[in-house]
Design a protein around this ligand. Sequence first.
Ligand SMILES: Cc1cc2nc3c(=O)[nH]c(=O)nc-3n(C[C@H](O)[C@H](O)[C@H](O)COP(=O)(O)OP(=O)(O)OC[C@H]3O[C@@H](n4cnc5c(N)ncnc54)[C@H](O)[C@@H]3O)c2cc1C
Length: 633
Amino acid sequence: MATVETDEPTFVETALKLGGKSDEEARTTGAVDRAEDQVEAMYQAAQRTSGGPVHRAVWDDTFPSELFSTQRIAAGGEVRKVMDASIEVVRRRKKAGTLLNSEGKVSEESLAELSRAGYWRLLVDVDYGGVGSKFAPFSRFLTEMATIDATVAGMASVHGCIGAVDPLRTFGTREQKAAFLPTLASGERLSAFALTEPGAGSDLTALKTVAVLDGDDYVVNGEKLFITNAGCGRTVGLVCRIDNKPAVLIADLPAQENEHFEIVRYKLYALKQCYNHGLKFKNFRVPKANLLIPEKGDGLAIAYHGLNHGRVALCAGAAGSMRVMLASMLPWAKYRRTYGAAIETRELIQRRVGRLAALIVGCDALTEWCGSLLDAGFRGELECIIAKVFGSESQKEAAIELMMKTHGGRAFLHGHLFGDNVHEYLAPCIYEGEGEILGMGFFKSLVKDHGKSFYEPIGKALYNAGIKQPNMMNPLHLWKLRNAAVPYAKWRAGQMVGGASRPTLPTLKGNLSAHAEFAAAGLQRSRKSVDSLMQKYQLKLADRQCAVAAESKRVQSLVVMMVAAMWAGQQTDKLLHAAADVLCSDLRREITGEKPTGKYYRSVTSLGKAVAEGEFAALTGIDEQEILMPYQQ
Ligand SMILES: Cc1cc2nc3c(=O)[nH]c(=O)nc-3n(C[C@H](O)[C@H](O)[C@H](O)COP(=O)(O)OP(=O)(O)OC[C@H]3O[C@@H](n4cnc5c(N)ncnc54)[C@H](O)[C@@H]3O)c2cc1C
């Protein structure tokens, strides 16, 4: 893929201009697009978005099945020791009721004990005081931690992925790493990621915080909002504008508020066990040595890198939280009797239990797959978006459709898992990128190469010829497009006569082979539906959000099917095969619009029954929830 390293207009910028958008909109959107291109430039060609499994599955004539099978990477000895010690701390403090302080936040003592256990060292390289965990075992561990405490799991992701650790590890100089990583590893300073502003969330082109060089310091002015883990004495990766370009400064926040730094406090329902604040900077000085300067790109390149990891961590956390939800449903379903029988014997409940097991398996598969891709050096942009969107949407469905409904009225009692945590379960749909906005980004990245190669030359030729509405029946239009349209015409003709070859896939257990074949063939065919959309809407495509969102979702669902079938197919546990089968059947029906069959109902209810009988290994070691308001039976 051609990467943009100059101020030349990007593909998106050109398309928006040609499509009649204002210069300002085209320029600001183009700036985000350029940042994305610059992140791409950091990777070897084979590891860029266009070399990753999703892009290749859609656009390559040969299906890259090897990129959908996951090699499990185990945690090394020292890494596992730290993980076990950290789990022990959280489990013990939770049991003793000492995890939280009087405000209901994870207490300083708990954080300090986690520091001693080495929790904050996990992703820091050994040279800088860490234990250098690979990302796949780290994210698997977050699932484990989330079964004990989802907030503590989330804090490790904020610290290590989106906070200051990942930007320093990936983009810091030797001096910057030596200056910051040891204190971040030891937990002396915890970190946060400060990107969002009151006027800039989804729209990162609206960032207003500025830093201006003055002597040996940058002077920062601006305001940040919704910053998790931020507070006095912590270290933030602060995204601001320098010379009108996004940049990241590593800023040590002072031990106390002062005239240059103010904390904005508000009451937030979500992430209630950790601090989330606004930050106001007024002539706040940060040494110029703290500016991260990526080899290519700007501050958004740094932010995107960390967010990619954070999105997988979010999926991992969802896999843990959903295990806890499922563990809460089983004893209740056994206990609660209606019309003379326990509700666990009813099909509706068995279906909910089976569906939840299927969602857990989907999240486990995506976490493991994305983690191993990131460890193998892939950028993983499309893949990590899928993990984030699937993880957050699954958690939302699990909380509301499966757990809340099964627990009935008690779900709303104080002290109930659902009532107490409903905001925790919903917020991941918003933070680290709202799902549908990410879906738009997913589609844009999926079509970028294709658009650049085939549509951009046509668009430019039309623009130069002053043609706003091309008409292929008009000989003049055809003449004007005669050169620019040749590559596209060749591509289309190639798709008619040859195109994708039949995917070669490994043989998987039971129905999983059929699901993988359906997904692989569907992904390969997607090039045609994606191209048709591009052809239909041409330069107005960016405005056809509903059609783009639907196509994006369809491709994402096919990928989830593929990953779940391949991952479960590598496992020996039959229940995992059954759960992946249910998930893939659900996704397949979503795509085809078919109705569930009797056979499907039998699969999902017998899966639910087997889970209720204790056969789901994913629930091993998870504490059962107390039944609230027990009654005389
Ligand atoms: C609990 C929590 C923790 C957070 N932690 C952090 C953190 O640590 N660091 C940090 O920097 N941020 C953090 N955030 C902020 C979070 O990332 C943003 O809230 C999120 O990116 C969405 O931005 P927004 O709230 O401004 O919503 P908006 O951008 O205002 O979006 C509102 C709605 O409009 C839609 N929308 C926006 N633009 C378009 C468009 N062009 N077309 C169609 N629809 C559109 C969106 O999809 C969404 O549905 C946190 C948020 C929460 C709730």
